[in-house]
Design a protein around this ligand. Structure first.
Ligand code: HDE
Length: 711
């Protein structure tokens, strides 16, 4: 399709989905064939020399089937191997033409198709969705001007400042090489050894130790481009820009104990949750926000805009919301789409450009390079999910698995034999030109001193958290470092925490039986020895703000209960009125309601009506749900005698979840939680469903953690 022929989403059609349609096939109603189109007569038996005789080499049907099977796997991604994807579209709210000439950010009538892949970083392809980890948040925009990839994470800062350290970081965090332990976890010696010697990791690490590291769902995560990029407008002017994705589902985390249990009970929980929400038409949505900094303000901050371990607090530069992304279609095939999609921060379109962030610059090399081995050669852009909407017309030729059939003799430029085709596009015709940044410098292998402050932003982050969020950070450090076997590593980390916050260092030190010490010298060789840096404490910059409420998840709760998972815990004999009311009201609020009972099949109400059970107490667990409702009736007596029901309630309580009950439903709560005194926060006992919905919006009642809890 030529660019000018394209009318995105005319008549409701998504041009990317239409393009993919050309490659989809279905064998419904068809004969089975070999890969070369010959009909297969027997797919059960290989060709033998006699009924009990040896297999024959000439069996081309068997050989082909087995050979293909033998080569079904491709290398998984080195990082971000575990992922889940979905299709959708992006719609601009207001033109950004003042800042960027990128067409998809200029014209509010355009709907741009997107494919999004969320991922964990450390674990391999089959690992749990629920580790404490950074999450990838990669968006491919199939724009009219070619593909634009915003390859971000769910945290606004990265571990390291220079791409040179990325292989070290990844080697340190991955399972240890001698025994390949632990899978999908950073709680081990090599990771913390590296971190404790690299103060620049502190900012990302404290985000990772917060509840951001254990998102409740993929739908409830923010996304960040991390690096500072550039917007370039028609006049060639540059503005710095940071990208943000704000979920309309709110920003929500798990309890750490819950995350560990969920990883066992439903290891695919995040993938399943995303899939089900889309499948049920409860499309997740994120607004795209930008922080824009004029070129002339580059040096007005007490940190370097090129440093990817720093964020620009929203309190200093507000986030301007410019559009919305909606995910509305699950992939048809995981491998063809989610696995084969190839992201690259270097896939940009006119109107967007890079900065000299040394991490970004290194990424610009790595992503194509890695696809060459992962996807097997230089033609991965021809894989359907990676194809741009505009036709690809250039003089690149051949290579393994080439699909395109270029006609004619000419594959060079300039040429006269093809009348100069394909032409170079002038800037006004949409040809990409790089921002003409003035560079006049020495060639040097060094780190700018403006990158040396590693602690002011971690302190700002910690200071901006609520009490329960701080407690979670303390506990997460205590847990992770408690798993570290080598005491000197623990000690170095506790010392480093002292640079962030005394309370934090003491709490973690206390758990580990260590006293934080302030060291006179940096404990790292990662800070370039320019002979002037005696003490890294002195490099804690003064920030103009002492708190940044925008970093706290507690300030980012949702406004409704759409697609929240609510268990109606019940059994035979449930009150008809209570049961039908809660079901109806919560469904009207678009919650994902499930009936959970001691066994599968049906529950029979007091009056004899029957309702399908969605899951049994044996096959599901409280950790899958956001809230629990217990309607009254004879059913409650059955549940009070059921060990699974008692555990379900006690566990949900321990994880600080809201409860609703009516009639004698509260009796089950009292039995499961012996110390419970009612009324209590987050427990609605009179069947008031508006109040119950309100408590689900509040997400968790973390004060419960302060008392010893059962389960
Ligand atoms: Fe990546 N990263 N990365 N990364 N990254 C990859 O590319 C790399 C970084 C991110 O769903 C790899 O195709 C280097 C920052 C996401 O397919 C690889 C450096 C951010 C994904 C790679 C970074 C990211 C990747 C592995 C430091 C957030 C998954 C497979 C210089 C802004 C994309 C692949 C997907 C994947 C390299 C740092 C995000 C090896 C060298 C910072 C979301 O190329």
């Amino acid at each position: 399709m030529k660019v000018n022929e394209q009318e995105p989403f005319a008549n409701g059609a998504n041009p990317k989905i239409e393009q993919l349609g050309k490659y989809k096939n279905s064998d419904h109603g068809e004969f089975m064939t070999t890969n070369h189109g010959v009909k297969v007569n027997d797919d059960q038996n290989s060709l033998l020399g006699g009924e009990r005789g040896p297999s024959l080499l000439e069996d081309f049907i068997f050989r082909e089937k087995m050979t293909h099977f033998d080569h079904e796997r491709i290398p998984e991604r080195i990082v971000h191997a575990r992922g889940s994807g979905a299709h959708g579209y992006f719609q601009l709210y207001k033109s950004m033409a003042k800042y960027t000439k990128a067409k998809f950010l200029n014209d509010t009538s355009i709907k741009t198709p997107v494919f999004v892949r969320f991922s964990t970083v450390q674990g391999s392809r089959g690992s749990t969705d629920i580790p404490r980890d950074v999450r990838g948040f990669a968006v491919k925009f199939y724009t009219q001007e070619g593909n634009y990839d915003l390859v971000g994470n769910n945290m606004p800062v990265f571990f390291i400042q220079d791409a040179m350290k990325f292989p070290d970081l990844v080697h340190a965090v991955k399972p240890e090489p001698h025994n390949e332990i632990p899978q999908a976890a950073s709680a081990h010696d090599t990771f913390w050894d590296f971190v404790s010697l690299m103060p620049e990791t502190m900012h990302n690490v404290i985000w990772k130790m917060s509840d951001r590291g254990i998102p409740r769902t993929l739908r409830s995560m923010e996304g960040f481009g991390i690096h500072t990029f550039r917007f370039i407008n028609e006049e060639g002017q540059s503005h710095f820009v940071k990208f943000h994705w704000k979920p309309l589902q709110g920003v929500l985390g798990l309890a750490w104990d819950e995350a560990q249990r969920l990883a066992g009970k439903d290891t695919d929980f995040h993938r399943r949750d995303l899939w089900e929400a889309i499948d049920k038409g409860m499309y997740p949505e994120w607004e795209l926000g930008v922080q824009i900094v004029p070129q002339e303000d580059e040096h007005k901050f007490p940190f370097d805009l090129l440093d990817p371990t720093k964020l620009i607090p929203e309190e200093m530069v507000p986030v301007e919301i410019i559009g919305k992304m909606t995910l509305n279609k699950n992939p048809d095939n995981f491998f063809a789409e989610t696995e084969q999609i190839a992201f690259h921060p270097g896939h940009i379109v006119p109107g967007i450009d890079f900065t000299n962030d040394p991490l970004l610059q290194g990424r610009l090399f790595s992503y194509t390079d890695t696809q060459l081995s992962r996807l097997g050669g230089p033609n991965f852009h021809e894989i359907p999910i990676n194809r741009s909407i505009p036709d690809v017309t250039n003089n690149q030729r051949d290579g393994i698995h080439r699909m395109q059939i270029p006609k004619g003799k000419v594959s060079y430029h300039p040429n006269s034999m093809a009348q100069g085709c394909p032409f170079q596009a002038m800037m006004k015709e949409g040809g990409f030109t790089s921002f003409e940044e003035r560079i006049d410098s020495r060639k040097i292998r060094s780190r700018s001193r403006s990158f040396f402050d590693h602690f002011s932003q971690p302190t700002l982050f910690y200071n901006s958290l609520t009490d329960h969020e701080k407690r979670h950070v303390q506990n997460a450090f205590s847990f992770e470092l408690g798993k570290v076997k080598l005491v000197p590593i623990r000690q170095r980390m506790v010392n480093m925490l002292l640079e962030v916050d005394i309370e934090l260092a003491n709490k973690v030190g206390d758990h580990l039986g260590l006293v934080p010490e302030r060291l006179p010298q940096p404990i790292t060789d990662s800070i370039p020895a320019d002979g002037k840096l005696e003490d890294y404490h002195s490099f804690k910059a003064e920030l103009p703000i002492s708190e940044a409420p925008s970093v706290s998840m507690a300030n980012k709760l949702p406004t409704n209960i759409k697609a929240r998972r609510i268990a109606i815990l019940t059994a035979d004999g449930v009150s008809d009125e209570a049961f039908t009311k809660v079901k109806k009201v919560l469904c009207e609020m678009d919650a994902l309601v499930q009936i959970i009972a001691p066994r599968h099949g049906f529950v029979t109400t007091e009056s004899g009506d029957q309702y399908q059970v969605d899951d049994s107490l044996l096959t599901t667990a409280s950790v899958v749900f956001d809230a629990v409702y217990i309607p009254g009736g004879e059913s409650v007596k059955t549940l009070m005698e059921h060990a699974g029901a008692i555990h379900f309630v006690a566990e949900a309580y321990k994880h600080c979840k809201p409860f609703g009950a009516d009639g004698n439903g509260a009796d089950l709560l009292k039995k499961a939680i012996p110390d419970l005194t009612l009324p209590a926060d987050g427990i609605v006992t009179e069947g008031d469903l508006d109040l119950f919905a309100g408590s689900i919006i509040l997400h968790r009642f973390w004060d419960r953690e302060m008392k010893p809890l059962p389960a």
